[in-house]
Design a protein around this ligand. Structure first.
Ligand SMILES: Cc1ncc(C[n+]2csc(CCOP(=O)(O)OP(=O)(O)O)c2C)c(N)n1
Length: 454
């Protein structure tokens, strides 16, 4: 590769001339001369200015290898073409280029679509359950189902997932049940987190899904660190995928994660869900460059931008990224473009900062569910009858699960002080004792009958 550069061409010619001269020398002199020439050939970064390449000179500073120019020119976001958006289907679910249609069997395609529908029913019912005061908080995923299912279907179950909070479809596709997810939202005694986290902060060791952290960006350097650990395992065949939003990409941790991933050559897919908003901050106020994707090449990341409303395109992108990252131990950045159709969360009212027309524009033609359904219909795998039957079953599952979750007791209050230390330190034991006495004294103020007891 080094021989492609201008500096190396000059060296190569000089080497040829020297080699001809050496031919006529004694064997001792010849050996010394060859050693010196090889050393010189390998010393590519010793002088800033090294060679002539056409008319311009190539600078070889330790920090940059680039041509010298005498015309001053600043570079900005308009100096480059925008990174194009890869897609496979049009808005009617028709394949644009047959060569790009993924080779997925009927059962897999139907399972993908069913999971998307299940997810949207779960969103609808849990959102309403928060409005009715049954759970404390919820976040919907409308408009981003294609990113969840397209990516999850391209991964191996053994790959490790770090998510933000708006990727529950990935949990569903990897086999977490609606019951497990609803138990977490209700914080009941079957929630593995024992009710200590806010709703939607899922995690599952069994499914290789790291528990979600609220502070934005937390998962990003962690994901890179995990990928670095995988790379050190001989014959590694696993990768890490890290989901994050366009808002989270503005955190300092995002930059640290990208740079570590590139410089440490980590098998990690950094997947940005660019849904246009970070709560009320539109992307026009979030960044001035060409989205998140443009940061990839700048930092040495293999980068692709994909239509996140096209489930097949996301599938292809993540599959190719996975193959690449595992084979080469190099990170990939994928920016999946979509639109956050719902409010940010149950604590938000997006009508304060965007118009109904804007939302309609994205729900009308760009629904990932609709596009995928049309694709399945064209293939003869789905019709109005199957849609109706599955929609009912998916809805009933959530309603039934919610009713069961509600009846389950909350964890024993003592759990709030457990699980941090292997042996509870004296100060926590003291707090536990004080709380016990307090509850004995004022039982009428605490709904203890709703919690599990000792
Ligand atoms: C460090 C930190 N700062 C601020 C917040 C508050 N916060 C929660 S979600 C959010 C928006 C994140 O937007 P984005 O990453 O684009 O994801 P999206 O919600 O759009 O899926 C903000 C600012 C936080 N949780 N953590």
């Amino acid at each position: 590769m080094a021989l492609k550069t201008g500096a190396s061409f000059v060296k190569l010619n000089a080497f040829r001339r020297a080699a001809r001269a050496i031919d006529v020398k004694s064997s001792d002199v010849r050996k010394r001369s060859i050693t010196n020439i090889v050393k010189w050939l390998l010393s590519t970064r010793t002088r800033p200015e090294t060679a002539q390449n056409g008319g311009g000179k190539i600078a070889e500073f330790p920090g940059a290898r680039a041509p010298y120019v005498s015309e001053m020119k600043f570079f900005n976001e308009t100096s480059y073409e925008p990174i194009p958006i890869y897609r496979v289907m049009d808005n009617n679910g028709q394949i644009i280029d047959k060569n790009e249609e993924p080779n997925l069997d009927k059962a897999t395609l139907i399972n993908m679509y069913k999971t998307m529908v299940q997810l949207s029913h779960m969103d609808k019912i849990l959102y309403e359950s928060q409005r009715q005061g049954r759970i404390s908080f919820y976040m919907t995923n409308y408009g981003e189902e294609g990113i969840h299912i397209g990516s999850a279907s391209a991964l191996s179950p053994k790959d490790l997932v770090f998510s933000q909070y708006r990727e529950v479809g990935v949990f569903l596709y990897r086999g977490m049940t609606v019951t497990e997810l609803v138990n977490q939202c209700y914080g009941n005694c079957e929630d593995p987190g024992k009710g200590r986290q806010m709703p939607v902060h899922y995690g599952s060791k069994h499914h290789n899904m790291v528990t979600i952290s609220s502070p934005l960006g937390t998962q990003m350097p962690q994901a890179v660190g995990a990928a670095y650990a995988y790379k050190r395992v001989p014959n590694n065949d696993r990768c890490v995928i890290c989901y994050f939003g366009d808002g989270a990409a503005s955190e300092g941790d995002a930059h640290a994660a990208f740079n570590f991933a590139a410089t440490l050559d980590c098998p990690v897919i950094m997947l940005c869900r660019n849904n246009g908003y970070a709560i009320s901050t539109p992307t026009s106020e979030q960044y001035r460059g060409d989205g998140i994707a443009s940061r990839g090449p700048a930092l040495g990341l293999h980068t692709l931008r994909v239509d996140g409303t096209d489930t097949l395109a996301v599938h292809n992108a993540v599959k190719r990224a996975r193959d690449f990252t595992v084979a080469n131990n190099k990170p990939v950045l994928i920016e999946a473009m979509a639109y956050r159709v719902g409010h940010h969360s149950t604590s938000d009212d997006s009508s304060a900062y965007r118009s109904v027309e804007e939302i309609q524009k994205w729900t009308k033609d760009e629904s990932p569910l609709q596009k995928f359904k049309l694709y399945l219909e064209h293939k003869g795998y789905w019709d109005a009858e199957t849609e109706k039957a599955w929609s009912k079953e998916a809805r009933d599952t959530v309603v039934r699960t919610m009713q069961e979750a509600e009846k389950k007791k909350k964890p024993n209050w003592k759990e709030m002080l457990e699980d941090v230390y292997y042996e509870m330190p004296p100060r926590l034991q003291k707090q536990m004792k004080q709380m016990e006495e307090h509850l004995k004294k004022y039982p009428e103020h605490y709904p203890l009958n709703q919690h599990e007891s000792d």
